[in-house]
Design a protein around this ligand. Structure first.
Ligand SMILES: O=P(O)(O)OC[C@H]1O[C@H](OP(=O)(O)OP(=O)(O)O)[C@H](O)[C@@H]1O
Length: 388
């Protein structure tokens, strides 16, 4: 069946119906139905069986939960924003045929957002006192915008840029101006562009002038503060080939603004930033826009494995059998054990009910997830060093 759509997008109906699946699950269903087999299983989603010391931030759980909703299964999972470095992040219990076809979409719903939220948290921790905004939705397929922005917020970024994504996740998108606006007014007329922006946009929009389009950053910054009296900030997005020593350029701009009594005008930076450059620049700038480093994060490599059939532990080679529980000790370490054994000491059990007999039993809140990620990052020292 071919659906007529203007874009190459697999829609929500196909995902919900289980058609966004690898064909081998269709074959599996045919074979199981043919053989009259539909065992009771425990299946777990995990990235690593043993501790790696490399923590990641769980995200995408809301979509994963809605995918499984309505299927007669019980599901437990870590809360969104939880840091983990091994062990299951989700456990599904039920008859295998009830969810076999959903595996492809389920893993995708978790893998990509978890990668993005993890890099967002790295960026967050690299510049903890600065405003850090998500600028990266332009690097991914537009159908993924809301996923990118939601995951970036879970990792702790302060704001998003994608307007439609904001409508989906109920957050207002923010933004300054592109070079295109300045160029539309012509070389030498940067003031006209900055003033048009100031006159046109709503009162709640921060006045931020882009000051690197045609001439030197110091020259444009001085001209911008003189042209727009209530300017909040300037933004420098200097192309990498023209950057030289970007830190020195920013320091020079700061000095010249301060020397003219504009120490209240902030400096906002963007363009190819990552945790290393955020660390280098965080004491000379007030805020950053981070795009590709976050939106192009490598997806976390999750797998779904059956670990128990009709109560008997099973696993393929290289995987650990048996229904598991996940704990966080008071020192922050992440521990995994069999579910029917007692957890270590005072450890906090991390699995929470997500679905019971197909019914959603958990609510999702981006701010809660963000707080959890921050608290966890502090506990395990995630992102404290440049190499993490
Ligand atoms: O490099 P990233 O971290 O992915 O940041 C995303 C982009 O956001 C900025 O766009 P800007 O509005 O300055 O682009 P323009 O040149 O198209 O105006 C900057 O130029 C980056 O290309």
């Amino acid at each position: 069946m071919t659906e007529e759509t203007p874009f190459d997008i697999v829609g929500p109906e196909a995902i919900t119906a289980g058609r966004a699946t690898d064909a081998y699950f269709d074959r599996t269903m045919e074979a199981l139905e043919h053989a009259g087999k539909n065992p009771n299983v425990v299946a777990e989603v995990s990235a690593d069986q043993f501790p790696t010391g490399e923590f990641a931030v769980l995200a995408g759980l809301k979509d994963a939960a809605h995918l499984l909703e309505g299927h007669p299964v019980d599901v437990d999972a870590l809360p969104e924003g939880q840091l983990f470095d091994h062990g299951p992040v989700m456990r599904i219990e039920g008859q295998y045929q009830e969810f076999a076809r959903l595996e492809t979409s389920l893993l995708g719903f978790l893998s990509h957002p978890t990668g993005i939220a993890t890099n967002a948290l790295r960026a967050r921790r690299a510049a903890p006192e600065s405003t850090v905004l998500s600028f990266g939705s332009r690097h991914v397929h537009p159908s993924l915008g809301a996923m990118v922005e939601r995951s970036a917020l879970i990792g702790g970024l302060d704001g998003i840029s994608n307007v439609a994504a904001g409508e989906v996740i109920d957050r207002e998108a923010g933004g300054t101006m592109p070079h295109a606006l300045v160029i539309c007014f012509g070389r030498g007329n940067q003031e006209a562009a900055w003033q048009a922006f100031d006159e046109a946009v709503g009162p709640g929009v921060p006045r931020v002038a882009l000051c690197d389009t045609y001439s030197d950053e110091v020259d444009e910054a001085i001209r911008a503060v003189e042209a727009v009296p209530d300017l909040d900030s300037i933004r420098l997005d200097t192309t990498s080939s023209r950057r030289g020593d970007f830190r020195r350029i920013v320091q020079e701009v700061r000095w010249e603004l301060d020397a003219r009594g504009h120490d209240d005008v902030g400096i906002f930076l963007s363009g190819g930033l990552d945790p290393t450059t955020l660390r280098e620049l965080r004491d000379v700038a007030d805020g950053f826009g981070v795009g590709g480093y976050v939106s192009n994060a490598e997806p976390k490599d999750f797998a779904l494995d059956i670990v128990s059939i009709d109560g008997e532990p099973v696993a393929k080679r290289g995987k650990l059998s048996g229904k598991k529980a996940v704990y966080r000790t008071d020192t922050g370490s992440h521990e995994v054990g069999l579910a029917d054994e007692e957890g270590p000491g005072d450890a906090e059990s991390l699995f929470e009910p997500l679905l019971r007999d197909g019914e959603l039993v958990r609510e999702f809140d981006i701010d809660d997830a963000t707080r959890r990620a921050r608290k966890d990052a502090e506990a395990v020292g995630f992102g404290d060093h440049a190499d993490q």
